[in-house]
Design a protein around this ligand. Sequence first.
Ligand code: GDP
Ligand code: MG
Length: 162
Amino acid sequence: MLPVVALVGRPNVGKSTLFNVLTRSRDALVADMPGVTRDRHYGICRIGERPFVVVDTGGLSGTEDAMDVLTAKQVRLAIAEADVLVFVVDARDGLLPQDDAILAELRRSGKPIVAVVNKTDGLDEQAVMAEFFAFGIGATLPLSAAHNRGTDDFLRVLLPLL
Ligand code: GDP
Ligand code: MG
């Protein structure tokens, strides 16, 4: 069984863009595995010779509630099947209450968490990152999925957790 890495976060933070970067430009095949829930997409990413499964959770709710029932369900499903949780947040939106709610759910799993601060392109990276260090997650990394920047550092941090 390959290790499973789940991308989790609010809608529109760039999870699917990161998924595409990880599964396409890193070679490998984008494989929508048959028989799985429609709101989650599965692909294969490789770090060197080390393949792992990436799960893009597409079903998170768009409501402004801290975390509604559907969101909680999706997060729980992603957590259950993952070995490592990648918590994606949006540098442009800043830290929102819904991020804290999702993170609390992730933490309850006891699984390793890497936080990715996406959309840092064009921003003052240090200022943006200062805000998100409040998560208290050791591995909190700036990234721009759309510009494919920061992915190598991200994969370097991910590798020992697989
Ligand atoms: P998801 O809902 O979390 O899967 O988010 P998407 O991957 O669908 O991206 C939401 C929007 O953010 C899209 O318009 C993307 O083009 C945009 N986006 C994603 N990554 C980046 C990034 O690194 N920088 C910027 N500026 N926009 C991004
Ligand atoms: Mg998506």
